[in-house]
Structure formats: structure tokens, C-alpha cells
Unconditional design. Structure first.
Length: 146
């Protein structure tokens, strides 16, 4: 059943559809830890998508418009930092958390300059990841990514 709303002086029109599920794309072979990360995220009630390559991450972003992208910093030949810009072109409202097996201050600063919402070192501290996702969920606007 569709709801209708009326703005003062406007004609009756259908309300925009809203997506209420928080969708997370896990991009990178090292990011998944053989499914353990997806299990952890899925237990939180999120819709989890998976991409093994940069091209697959871009395709999944176009197709599903995730709300959050967990991006492996060592994804493919480009690396996660180079992929950041392309992901934002595909889905400007998606938050990106970059994860690195070799964390450094310089890389974290560069990731934030390029638009990453957060930067986490591996092995992942699941409590820290949970906090980072919680922050993004607080900023999440249902229906922003139709």
C-alpha cells in the first residue's frame, strides 16, 4: 500500500520509497577473513554485500548503492586509496571505511583527505569496527540511497 502526502498548495503525489536496511559492502579478499567479518556484520541485522576486486566493488556499488563500504586498502592493483574516488563517483552518499594491513599515519591522513569516514588497521578490532559502523548508522538517512 502506497502512502500519499501533500505539501501545501501541491497536488497529491506518492511518497518516495524508503529503504530502511543498512547495507554494507565488504570489498577485498583480505577484508572478509573467510566470512568471519560478514558473519559479525550480519549478526547486527545489516544486509552484507561482497566484492573480491575493484571492478566488482564498483559494479556492486552501482547495482546496490550501499550505505557503507568497508574497503581493503590493498584491493587489487589500484589499492583502496585510488579506488576511493571512483567509489564516490558511483555512490556519493556512501560512507567508506578504509582498512589496512600496514596502517600508517600518512595513509590514514591521505584516506581522510580523499573522503574516507574512518581508517582501521588490521587485524581488525571488532569493538572499534562496531563503533565506527555505529557512528555511520547514526549519520544514516533512510531513503537517502534509493
Amino acid at each position: 500500500m502506497r502512502r500519499f502526502f501533500r505539501r501545501p498548495g501541491a497536488k497529491l503525489e506518492p511518497a518516495p520509497e524508503k529503504r530502511l536496511v543498512f547495507t554494507i559492502l565488504v570489498a577485498g579478499a583480505k577484508a572478509s577473513y573467510d566470512g568471519a567479518l560478514e558473519d559479525f556484520l550480519g549478526a547486527g541485522g545489516h544486509l552484507i554485500l561482497r566484492a573480491e576486486s575493484a571492478e566488482e566493488a564498483l559494479a556492486q556499488t552501482r547495482r546496490h548503492q550501499p550505505d557503507l563500504i568497508l574497503l581493503d586498502g590493498e584491493l587489487g592493483e589500484q589499492g583502496g586509496l585510488r579506488l576511493l574516488g571512483r567509489l564516490f563517483l558511483e555512490q556519493a552518499s556512501a560512507a567508506v571505511i578504509l582498512m589496512s594491513g600496514h596502517p600508517s599515519v600518512a595513509e590514514s591522513v591521505e584516506a581522510m583527505r580523499r573522503g574516507a569516514a574512518d581508517y582501521l588497521g588490521r587485524p581488525l578490532d571488532l569493538e572499534r569496527l562496531k563503533q565506527a559502523i555505529g557512528i555511520q548508522k547514526l549519520l544514516f538517512k533512510p531513503g537517502a540511497n534509493p
